[in-house]
Design a binder for this molecule. Structure first.
Ligand code: YSA
Length: 348
């Protein structure tokens, strides 16, 4: 009898078949269980002998089931491993390294150039108050420059800074000048990189969102010569020791005199050179210093800017990147096309 039962277990060819055999023999209605239940009907002498025999059989069956179960599990695992065999000689999957955006690289390079000249990098908010973006920079209500900078207003009409805290997406990085001066004491040299926004139609050289780098130096006896020196040093660091810069008179309400500055750029393909405008600059307008002092007074700080001298500049970062690589269309920066972006994996 036991022989037969053990054979049933041995012959179970799968975990399911083994479980079926266990239920058949040891389950509630199993063969051995039935026999144990019948024990009570035997005379006492026979009952003891039969009870011992049956219990031994039960232990033997349980041990056999355990052994068979382990063996079946091993077989199943072996089969699975054989099926899912891993060929370690196959080439691996390459995960290409990511890279920072080309504009991030160019901005970092620009900031680095100025940091090595002793400038400190600071940041300002992209959602700016009309007061800092326009009024404090000598661009009052109804000034034509306010129309030129067609603006994304974040406050509902009327679009006026007369409304306390009227906000907009900053149209240039220049508002950082006022924010910084209202809290710091000259002399200092700062650069401020960041995004700016203009409500204008896009084409190959204009975007509605682009980047600028602002610069501001304030102290005593700062002159145009200092401004020219700083921008020439930047041009040389960017384009090599032969780089040339040119300054053309221009108008920005927050500088006097105001200039646009250009670099002489030689197209690497054609070998032809041309002057290319990089940004605006000039000597900080006395009206800006006056507005800053007024703001400082309102904040309970000493008015210290009247009589100071300083220069400022603001340049377009896309323009610099487009010249360097060259990239013919500014829109390529923001289309998120992987083949375009990964060209700059090696760094600027
Ligand atoms: C001028 C004098 C200062 O003392 C300080 C800063 C400035 C610059 C001034 N805040 C300004 O924004 N001038 S700007 O309107 O001529 O823009 C500066 C540069 O940003 C341009 O030379 C150009 O390179 C870039 N730019 C302007 N509009 C753009 C643009 N780049 C891409 N898309 C646009 N829509």
């Amino acid at each position: 009898m036991l022989e037969d039962w053990l054979q049933q277990i041995e012959e179970a060819s799968s975990l399911e078949a083994l479980e079926a055999a266990r239920v058949r023999l040891l389950g509630k209605k199993g063969e051995l269980t039935q026999k144990l239940k019948q024990l009570g009907k035997l005379p006492p002498e026979a009952r003891r002998e039969e009870g011992r025999r049956l219990n031994e059989a039960k232990r033997a069956l349980e041990a056999a089931i355990l052994t068979r179960r382990e063996a079946l599990k091993r077989e199943a695992l072996g089969a699975r491993l054989a099926q899912e065999a891993l060929d370690v000689t196959l080439p691996g999957l390459a995960f290409p390294p990511g890279n920072t955006h080309v504009l991030t690289q160019v901005l970092a390079e620009l900031v680095g150039i100025f940091q090595r000249m002793g400038y400190q990098a600071v940041l300002g908010p992209e959602a700016e108050e009309a007061f800092y973006n326009f009024d404090a920079l000598n661009i009052p209500e109804h000034h034509p420059a306010r129309d030129m900078h067609d603006t994304f207003w974040l406050t509902t009409t009327p679009k006026t800074s007369q409304i306390e805290g009227a906000k907009l997406l900053r149209t240039h990085t220049s508002p950082i000048q006022v924010r910084y001066m209202s809290q710091h004491t000259p002399p200092f040299k700062i650069v401020a990189p960041g995004k700016v926004f203009r409500h204008e139609a896009t084409d190959a050289t204009h975007e509605a969102m682009f980047h600028q780098l602002e610069g501001l130096v304030v102290g005593d006896n700062i002159t145009m010569a200092d401004l020219k020196g700083a921008l020439l040093a930047m041009a040389r660091a960017l384009y090599g020791p032969e780089a040339k810069v040119n300054f053309r008179p221009s108008y920005f309400p927050f500088v006097e005199p105001g200039v646009e500055f250009e670099v002489w750029w030689t197209n690497p393909k054609t070998g032809k050179g041309t002057w290319l405008e990089l940004g605006g600059a000039g000597m900080v307008h006395p009206e800006v210093f006056r507005a800053v002092d007024e703001l400082r007074r309102a904040k309970g700080l000493a008015p210290i800017y009247t009589g100071k001298t300083g220069f400022a500049f603001g340049l377009g970062v896309e323009r610099i990147a487009m010249l360097r690589y060259p990239i013919p269309d500014i829109r390529a920066f923001f289309q998120n096309r992987i083949p375009f972006l990964t060209q700059f994996r090696g760094g600027a």
